[in-house]
Design a protein around this ligand. Structure first.
Ligand SMILES: Cc1cc2nc3c(=O)[nH]c(=O)nc-3n(C[C@H](O)[C@H](O)[C@H](O)COP(=O)(O)O)c2cc1C
Length: 167
């Protein structure tokens, strides 16, 4: 099997946010977000069991997909994607809260959800979310694709990303 084939699937770059212990806003960078159906609007995200965000979504039963744009600060991707919210405050300032969920400043749009089902794989939980809200924040920027992240920003994918390939 040529695992590089999976890099020919197209994705975006997102921050999946939720609430951590003591009501702390937290989240992780993810490429694995998709719309499942439009009515009722339903989306899915795939989050590694070892990610703090996974237990936060399980406890709060809510998550938001923060959509990053090509002009979004790459710091956001590193801040949310290469350290854990378990022992870090990823939100430097108190976030704006929309529909009970923390929103990442610098996103171009967001989708808020409540969990309606989960599916476990050996490494990741797929959370199915019914959409409770969705807004465009910056209509002038294009959504960042995973391809743009790899080939223009020259970003890497860590071990917990579903698309990770061991060297
Ligand atoms: C570009 C990129 C894509 C990622 N995609 C995912 C993903 O789809 N699912 C996932 O569980 N982790 C993904 N990750 C890894 C998590 O963001 C990373 O493990 C993070 O440190 C987890 O933080 P947490 O422990 O605070 O939840 C990705 C990271 C990057 C940089």
């Amino acid at each position: 099997m040529n695992k590089h084939t999976f890099h020919k699937l197209s994705y975006g770059v997102y921050v999946i946010t939720s609430w951590g212990d003591g009501g702390k806003p937290t989240g992780c960078t993810a490429n694995s977000a998709m719309q499942v159906t439009s009515n009722p609007a339903t989306v899915a995200v795939s989050i590694n069991h070892d990610n703090y965000t996974n237990e936060c979504i399980k406890k709060s039963q809510r998550f938001a997909i923060n959509i990053l744009g090509e002009q979004s600060d790459p710091f956001i991707i590193g801040n949310f994607g290469f350290k854990s919210g378990k022992d870090n405050d990823k939100f430097i300032q108190a976030p704006e809260v929309k529909d009970y969920l923390p929103i990442v400043k610098g996103s171009i749009a967001y989708i808020t959800c409540k969990v309606i089902d989960t599916m476990e794989t050996s490494t990741h939980t797929v959370f199915l979310g019914e959409v409770t809200g969705a807004e465009i924040i910056n209509p002038n920027d294009s959504p960042m694709t995973y391809d743009y992240y790899h080939n223009v920003i020259k970003g890497k994918s860590p071990k917990n990303a579903p698309t990770f390939i061991e060297d």
